[in-house]
Design a protein around this ligand. Structure first.
Ligand SMILES: [Zn+2]
Length: 183
């Protein structure tokens, strides 16, 4: 049984996605092999905190700090070596042209993703992305919606946004296996 009701607003989609990533991070930290009732309760609490504004998900600071000193690798497949910078939310779709939207990517991933939305691309590849990439995607989307005053838009009205929130809502969150840290 899903732990959340189907999301109807952009705020709900983003907060649920973030809560699912949080749940996976907690389970991994404990070395748990399965999600338990406690994980679901923690995820719901996290979601409620985001919805009530008690927890903010738009800061990228800790994420950037965590990357300092880490070896650069492709954000999508983890490969090291020859990397270029990819716009996580494509410029073509209106993604910002600043550091918050730039991630290292290998050439094959970069050209395969092209100007596609991350979630739509992942659905084609049938691969679970790293939670760090998903987290950043959600943070960027949250910030964009917040600035545009569109966090309370209905999900079906999000089609013109630079990211695909319907694909995000349909993401198989149970497949999230390899979460890193959460901030
Ligand atoms: Zn790659």
């Amino acid at each position: 049984m899903p732990i959340f009701k189907a999301p109807t607003s952009t705020r709900e989609v983003l907060a649920q996605g973030y809560a699912y990533i949080y749940r996976a991070a907690v389970a991994r930290k404990q070395g748990a092999e399965k999600f338990t009732r406690t994980h679901h309760i923690l995820a719901r609490r996290f979601y409620n905190d985001v919805m009530a504004g008690r927890k903010r998900i738009d800061s990228l600071f800790r994420m950037e700090r965590a990357r300092l000193g880490q070896e650069l690798k492709c954000s999508y497949c983890g490969q090291k070596g020859r990397l270029s910078m990819d716009h996580l939310i494509p410029r073509f779709r209106g993604g910002p042209d600043d550091g918050s939207n730039l991630v290292p990517a290998c050439r094959p991933c970069n050209s395969s993703k092209g100007s596609r939305d991350l979630m739509a691309w992942l659905a084609i590849r049938r691969e679970a992305p790293s939670d760090a990439v998903l987290q950043r995607y959600i943070k960027l989307a949250w910030r964009w919606c917040d600035r545009q005053g569109r966090l309370d838009d209905r999900l079906e009205d999000s089609e013109d946004m630079p990211f695909d929130l319907v694909a995000l809502a349909n993401f198989p969150w149970r497949s999230l296996k390899n979460p890193d840290r959460i901030d």
